[in-house]
Ligand binder design. Structure first.
Ligand code: ARG
Length: 458
C-alpha cells in the first residue's frame, strides 16, 4: 500500500519503486517506529484529537504488529516503500478505520527523524557500555602489571623503559575520551523532533513537551525545519566512531607487532587466532588485522554522511535517506570491533621476560645515565655528549651500558662511581619517574586509583 496514491493516475515504475524504497534497511528500526507511534497517539488522545477508545485500539494493533514481527509471524514484505508505510498499512489491515487516524498531525519527515534518533540514542548508550567494559579489562591489566617492565618507543625505536601498566594506561585515556565524546553527543541530540510535521509544524494542538517526555527526551526540538533535516548527531557519531576505530587500529597494530616472531611480547590465545591453509606452523593475528582493516569502513560513513548533507537546502530532502545504511553499518562494525578486541585482550598472555629483556637492550637507560651525570653537577648538554660517546663505545663492543666496567666508565668521565649501575637499572629508570602521568609506581598508583573511581562513578 502507498501512503500517497491519491494524486497519482499511473502506477509507479517498478525500478523507481525499488530505487526509492528504504524498507530493506529501515526495517531495522521497526521497534522505534512503533514506540514513536504509541507516544504520538497517546498524546493525540490526551489533546482530545483522538478518543481514548481509538487510542487503545491503535496501541493494541501496534503492539500486536511488534510482537508478530519479533516472533516471525509477520513478514516485512518488499511491496511497501519504507517501515513507516509498512506499519501503518498493517495497522489499518488489523484495526480498520481507527488505524487511518494514526498519522494525524504527523509527517514521515518528523517520523523518520524521530526513529533515527531513538535508534541512534540507544546505540550510543550501548556503545558507551561496551567501551566501559573494555576500560574495565584495561584496568585489570594495569593493576596486574605495574612492575612489568617493557621498552617504550618513539619512532618505533626503543626509547625509555616503561611498564605494561603505563602502556595500557595510554589506551585507557583514549577510550575514556571516546566515552566522553559519546556522552556529549547524547546530551546534544536528546531532543524530540516529533510534532514538527513535514517542515512547518501542524495545525493540531499537539503537546510536544508531552510526547518528548513520554519518549524520555529532555524536551522538544525548537525549530521544525531544523528538526526534520538535522543529521548533525549522525555525523558527530560517525566522527566519534571513527576516532574509536582509529584508537583500536593503533592498539591492533601494536598487538600485531608484539605478536611477531621477532618481538614475542605476547601470545594471542588460540581461540582468537587463525591458521594458514598452506603453512602449518602459522598462527595469525587475524582479529587484530581485521579490526584495523574495518577502520576504513567507519571512516567511509563519516565522509559519506558529510558529503550527503553538503549543500542540502532546508528542509527535508530525499538525499537524507542515504544516512541509514552507512550509519547502521558503522555502528554494527564499531560495536563488533570493541567486543572482539576486548575478547582478544582478555585472553592474551603477556611474556614478561621477553618484554623485560627487550627493554634492557637498545640503550633505553641512556637518558637516565645522562641524568646521573647531571645530578653530579655536569651540565645536561655535556652529559648528553658523554653518554653519546658511551653508547658508541658499547655499540662497537656489542655490549650494553650495564656491561661496562667502572674503569671503562671513568675513562670517558671521572664523575662515574659504583652507583651508576643502580642508577641505570631498569627498575630505577622506571621507579624514578613519578611525575603525574609517568610510569613510576607512585604516579601509576595514583592514576590507577583515579581510573577506578571513574569506572565506579561513570
Ligand atoms: N524513507 C524516508 C527516509 O528514510 C522517510 C521519509 C520520507 N519522506 C518523504 N517526504 N518522502 O528518509
Amino acid at each position: 500500500m502507498k501512503l500517497w496514491g491519491g494524486r497519482f493516475t499511473k502506477e509507479t515504475n517498478q525500478l523507481v519503486h525499488n530505487f526509492n524504497a528504504s524498507l530493506s534497511f529501515d526495517q531495522k528500526f521497526f521497534q522505534e517506529d512503533i514506540d514513536g507511534s504509541i507516544a504520538h497517539v497517546t498524546m493525540l488522545a490526551k489533546q482530545g484529537i483522538l478518543t481514548d477508545e481509538e487510542r487503545d485500539t491503535i496501541i493494541q494493533g501496534l503492539e500486536g504488529i511488534c510482537q508478530d514481527i519479533k516472533s516471525g509471524a509477520l513478514e516485512i514484505t518488499e511491496e511497501h516503500e519504507d517501515i513507516h508505510s509498512f506499519v501503518e498499512a498493517n495497522l489499518i489491515e488489523r484495526v480498520g478505520d481507527a488505524g487511518k487516524k494514526l498519522h494525524t498531525g504527523r509527517s514521515r519527515n518528523d517520523q523518520v527523524a524521530l526513529d533515527m534518533k531513538l535508534y541512534t540514542r540507544r546505540e550510543v548508550q550501548e556503545m558507551d557500555r561496551l567501551l566501559k567494559e573494555l576500560l574495565e579489562s584495561l584496568l585489570c591489566i594495569m593493576k596486574e602489571h605495574t612492575d612489568t617492565i617493557m621498552p617504550g618507543f618513539t619512532h618505533l625505536q626503543k626509547a625509555q623503559p616503561i611498564t605494561l601498566a603505563h602502556h595500557m594506561g595510554a589506551y585507557f585515556e583514549m577510550f575514556r575520551r571516546d566515552r566522553s565524546r559519546l556522552q556529549d553527543i547524547f546530551k546534544r541530540m536528546n531532543y524530540c523532533p516529533l510534532g514538527s510535521g513535514a517542515l512547518a509544524g501542524t495545525t493540531y494542538p499537539l503537546d510536544r513537551d508531552y510526547t518528548a517526555s513520554l519518549l524520555d527526551f529532555y524536551g522538544p526540538t525548537l525549530n521544525s525545519m531544523d528538526s526534520v533535516s538535522d543529521r548533525d548527531y549522525l555525523i558527530e557519531l560517525s566522527s566519534a566512531m571513527s576516532i574509536i576505530m582509529m584508537h583500536l587500529s593503533r592498539f591492533c597494530e601494536e598487538i600485531i607487532i608484539w605478536n611477531t616472531n621477532e618481538y614475542q611480547f605476547i601470545e594471542i590465545d588460540d581461540s582468537y587466532s587463525t591458521g594458514s591453509s598452506i603453512m602449518p606452523q602459522k598462527k595469525n593475528p587475524d582479529i587484530a588485522e581485521l579490526v584495523r582493516g574495518k577502520t576504513g569502513r567507519v571512516y567511509g560513513s563519516l565522509i559519506s554522511l558529510l558529503t550527503t548533507m553538503k549543500g542540502l537546502s532546508l528542509a527535508y530532502n530525499k538525499d537524507m535517506q542515504e544516512d541509514k545504511e552507512f550509519i547502521f553499518d558503522a555502528i554494527d562494525t564499531t560495536k563488533g570491533c570493541i567486543v572482539l578486541f576486548r575478547g582478544m585482550l582478555d585472553t592474551l598472555t603477556f611474556k614478561k621476560d621477553n618484554m623485560r629483556a627487550s627493554a634492557e637492550g637498545g640503550f633505553t637507560n641512556a637518558t637516565d645515565a645522562a641524568d646521573y651525570l647531571v645530578n653530579h653537577g655536569v651540565p645536561f648538554r655535556d652529559a648528553h655528549g658523554i653518554i653519546g660517546q658511551l653508547v658508541l663505545y658499547c655499540i662497537d663492543k656489542n655490549i650494553s651500558l650495564k656491561d661496562m666496567s667502572l674503569e671503562e666508565y671513568k675513562a670517558i668521565s671521572p664523575v662515574f662511581e659504583e652507583d651508576i649501575y643502580d642508577a641505570i637499572s631498569m627498575e630505577t629508570c622506571v621507579a624514578k619517574r613519578n611525575t603525574v602521568g609517568a610510569p613510576g609506581p607512585e604516579a601509576m598508583g595514583q592514576v590507577i586509583e583515579i581510573c577506578e573511581k571513574y569506572l565506579r562513578e561513570d
